[in-house]
Design a protein around this ligand. Structure first.
Ligand code: ADP
Ligand code: MN
Ligand code: MN
Ligand code: MN
Length: 335
């Protein structure tokens, strides 16, 4: 029987790209091949030269449809089959190939917020809920709106075979997190973008909008980040400490390139409060949740492991962030 393939891609919306998708019915026994779309409707082309190409790069089972249906993550190409200017994956692939010998791994903690009617889910229509404190990893009563959506999303990611590792409720009411990893580039980006698509799609069924807005509520409420955990083979091996410190130092020499590519609105979130370092400063330290880079306690104890870049926003592009990690940390180690 023919089956459904949902083609997923990243668009050209400014300042923060959106994820888009459309459905193709594929004949029995055929693979989902190259396809196209109208780039003039996604800020990726002009009306008089509107065709963009969808190049499938990652396919997994579609947990929301029937057995045999698939999700297809795509790169966007121009009609001459070169990468479209909005295609961030192609450069990530090039860096991944260049530094493959260092065996880079990533784990990303994706935070997000559920909205309904423009307000965080479950918040009173006027005023605010009780201050932050009980919500992080909380349970019970009307404190934890959205858990039914989280449960459905987690099951969907598992059925799709994505590298989902866990979930937790976050510090702000209606804010949650899932983690994806550990995966090499560009797979970390493929899995995270498909997991994001599933989140948006599952939330639709509940009449809820899941946003990656890094600071959905101004004031004394935590923002939403995408902590990026990173290691190389040298960092994971005995005596990896020196490689971890060298990585932190390399990141400290390249602050601007990173913070200007870590998601729109970084300055709203990295204020120096709410478990962040100020976006204009750089620091690293063991177990320090007020630092730019945190070295997890287990890593500090074992003198090997990984580092956590706490700066990326929830709305960051994992193809961009993973590429920068390679071109800063792996390039320095290769010197
Ligand atoms: P916390 O909330 O305490 O910062 P989490 O448990 O949410 O930590 O996330 C830890 C992340 O670290 C996971 O995404 C996991 O994949 C990642 N991680 C674990 N080991 C490694 C490693 N060796 N290299 C890179 N990332 C790692
Ligand atoms: Mn976490
Ligand atoms: Mn978190
Ligand atoms: Mn973290």
């Amino acid at each position: 029987m023919s089956y459904q393939a949902e083609y997923i891609w990243i668009d050209g919306t400014e300042p923060s790209p959106l994820v888009r998708s459309k459905t193709r019915i594929v004949a029995d026994g055929k693979h989902p091949g190259i396809w196209g779309f109208d780039g003039s409707s996604t800020n990726q082309a002009t009306g008089n030269d509107s065709d963009c190409v969808l190049q499938p790069v990652f396919t997994c089972p579609d947990p929301l449809r029937s057995p045999g249906d698939v999700l297809v993550m795509c790169e966007v190409l121009l009609t001459d089959f070169t990468p479209h200017p909005t295609n961030t994956r192609a450069a990530c692939v090039a860096a991944a190939e260049k530094y493959a010998d260092q065996e880079p791994w990533f784990g990303i903690e994706q935070e997000y917020t559920f909205l309904q009617g423009g307000r965080p889910l479950g918040w009173p229509t006027q005023g605010y809920p009780a201050p932050q404190g009980p919500y992080y990893c909380g349970v019970g009563g009307d404190k934890m709106p959205g858990r039914d959506i989280v449960e459905r999303h987690t099951a969907a990611c598992m059925e799709a075979g994505l590298g989902i590792e866990g979930t937790n409720a976050e510090v702000m009411m209606a804010q949650w997190e899932f983690q994806i990893g550990v995966l090499p580039p560009p797979l970390i980006g493929d899995h995270l973008w498909v997991a994001r698509w599933l989140l948006f799609r599952v939330a639709e069924d509940f009449g809820v909008f899941a946003t990656l807005d890094p600071k959905p509520v101004l004031g004394d409420w935590n923002g939403a980040g995408a902590h990026t955990n990173f290691s190389t083979k040298a960092m994971r091996e005995d005596g990896g400490w020196d490689a971890i410190i060298a990585g932190c130092e390399a990141l400290g020499r390249n602050i601007d390139e990173h913070v200007s590519n870590y998601g729109v609105g970084l300055d709203l979130r990295l204020t120096g409060a709410h478990e962040t370092e100020h976006w204009s400063k750089f620091s690293y330290g063991a177990s320090d949740r007020g630092a730019s880079i945190r070295i997890p306690w287990g890593t500090a104890k074992d003198k090997k492991g990984w580092l956590e870049d706490r700066r990326p926003n929830a709305n960051m592009d994992p193809y961009v962030v993973s590429r920068l990690m390679l071109t800063t940390v792996c390039a320095d180690a290769a010197k």
